[in-house]
Design a protein around this ligand. Structure first.
Ligand SMILES: CC(C)NC(=O)[C@H]1CCC[C@H]1Nc1nc(Nc2ccc(C(=O)N(C)C3CCN(C)CC3)cc2)ncc1C(F)(F)F
Length: 277
């Protein structure tokens, strides 16, 4: 039968794809590059094992990730193209980001940090993607280099919506992974809103330019103390404009943090926008 005539009723299955090499390990399984047989289109397939998801009681989180990521359509957000499942596994068919993981680009850069122009281009793209999320009432909550991929043309793709929630939220976020990006309100376990992402974008820009996050310390308590005290220093090579922008994002009072539209229009960012966006 002509599947296309039935729109989305087409049932995707593993048989539609030629599995390629493993790209790495995701949270609940592995990720492969794959080629969709009819179109030759390269995709990434995240295979999640239902047993592992059930064991860690993350069904709701996985379904939320699928729900959220399938509705977000933005050039700097990794697209969830489709998904299907069999008895034992859930398969997420996601855009393949040929440039790989952003944190590897950062660590492999000379001096382990990005030049101004690249940092400004990247922070524009992240701000644009996160502004789009917020317009769709989604807080990402986990913006950091590890959760951002690079596509074939060197543009950023915000990924890993496993921790995103519909705004506003006070859902507990178990302290997994790095603490460096946690905003004060999350450390103090207060109710928080979309502006947690504004804080993270400030931390991200600092890390792009310096090569490490501003409050990095030995041990969780020291990191928390430095975040709550806004105890950070800028190396001399950080340009004034970037310091101005970061200082307007790393504010304790979430209401005082610069809007994402103002981030995109900030003079330090604008000077590098080639497309005059
Ligand atoms: C945001 C989230 C937290 N991260 C992830 O999900 C990770 C977990 C596994 C991989 C990645 N997930 C994805 N990765 C890509 N592209 C990609 C990744 C890595 C390389 C790379 O450098 N190697 C293979 C190198 C090649 C050279 N050898 C030596 C080392 C690995 C090249 C392309 N596209 C889509 C995805 C996605 F997200 F759709 F799954």
């Amino acid at each position: 039968i002509n599947h296309e005539a039935y729109g989305n009723a087409y049932k995707w299955s593993p048989r539609d794809f030629e599995l390629g090499s493993a790209l790495g390990q995701g949270k609940f399984g592995h990720v492969h590059v794959a080629r969709e047989k009819k179109t030759g289109y390269l995709v990434a397939i995240k295979t999640l094992f239902k047993s592992q998801i059930e064991r860690s009681k993350c069904e709701r989180q996985v379904m939320r990730e699928i729900e959220i990521q399938s509705h977000l359509k933005h050039p700097n957000i990794l697209r969830l193209l489709t998904w299907f499942h069999d008895m034992r596994r859930i398969y997420l068919v996601v855009e393949f980001a040929a440039g790989g993981e952003l944190y590897k680009h950062l660590t492999n850069s000379p001096k382990g940090r990005f030049p101004e122009a690249k940092a400004a281009k990247y922070i524009y793209q992240v701000a644009d993607a996160v502004e789009y999320c917020h317009q769709h009432h989604v807080i990402h909550r986990d913006i950091k280099p590890e959760n951002i991929l690079v596509d074939f043309s060197g543009d950023l793709k915000l990924a890993d919506f496993g921790w995103s929630v519909h705004a506003p939220s006070e859902r507990r976020k178990t302290m997994c992974g790095t603490l460096d990006y946690l905003p004060p309100e999350m450390i103090k376990r207060e109710v928080y809103d979309v502006s947690v992402d504004h804080w993270c974008i400030g931390v991200l820009l600092y890390e792009f330019l310096v090569g490490k996050p501003p409050f990095e310390s030995e041990g969780q308590d020291k990191t928390y103390a430095r975040i709550l005290a806004l105890d950070m220093v800028y190396p001399s090579y950080v340009p004034e404009g970037a310091k101005d922008l970061i200082s307007k994002l790393l504010r304790h009072s979430s209401k005082e943090r610069l809007s994402l539209d103002a981030v995109k229009k900030h003079y330090w960012v604008q000077q590098f926008q080639s497309n005059g966006a």
